[in-house]
Design a binder for this molecule. Sequence first.
Ligand code: ATP
Length: 256
Amino acid sequence: MAAPLLELKEVNKRFGGVQAVKDMTFTVERGELAGLIGPNGAGKTTIFNLVTGVYDVTSGSIAFKGDSLNKLKSYQVIRKGIARTFQNLRLFAASTVLENVMTAAQQHYQYSFAEALTHLGRWKGMEAKTRAESMELLDRVGLADRAGQAAGTLPYGLQRRLEIARAISLRPELLLLDEPAAGMNADEVEQLNVLITGIHKDFDLTILLIEHHMDVVMAICPHIVCMNFGAKIAEGTPEQIQNHPDVLKAYLGEEE
Ligand SMILES: Nc1ncnc2c1ncn2[C@@H]1O[C@H](COP(=O)(O)OP(=O)(O)OP(=O)(O)O)[C@@H](O)[C@H]1O
């Protein structure tokens, strides 16, 4: 049997006295659109930071297609086929929308520094190919008409779409989305849901999505992991999560 695409086993992360992640065990199978939910400070982003090599685990193991990610740096994790977006957008605000995607996409191609300097040889062909593919990607996420605009001047919802396009341009197998709906209004969230389910299918992606708001995840993720205070408190289908007493308690507690 093939190893799961992503597998966390008994993962712990401590920051000094803070146990940010506690005995987390879950798997994401190839092709899934899975959700990771939990109240503020539950440890969700820390999980992404552990998977993507931003932090080392304190103990436990994280594997991608059966290979350990534990000792890998972020750039090595990207090469393995994992891309992510960030809760706080990390776009090049002064560069155009197209340049933002092209910069990410170019990481995919190999050419020598000398060729890049002189704009010769393979570089030219690759630049044209990257440009065409990036435009195609922008078209897919509904940003083609904004290609020449500075990324920082896009409305917030569209900046989030651009972040997703940048991540896809790395051609990942696993896409990690950190609160893609943050700061969006109800209409934008609705459109985002359509986009996420669309790219999941079109690009043959496996997606793990962090969301603070349960309704977003409930609408699009058949598999949900819920955490609180660093630990998993429930896992299952939207129906199972929705009615789980510990989940209700965690979210109710947050509103007090
Ligand atoms: N670099 C760090 N140093 C110290 N503590 C940290 C660090 N990163 C995260 N933490 C702590 O770990 C806990 C989990 O934080 P994390 O950001 O993973 O939660 P989250 O579920 O993503 O929250 P939110 O929904 O608010 O983004 C919090 O108590 C946080 O303060």
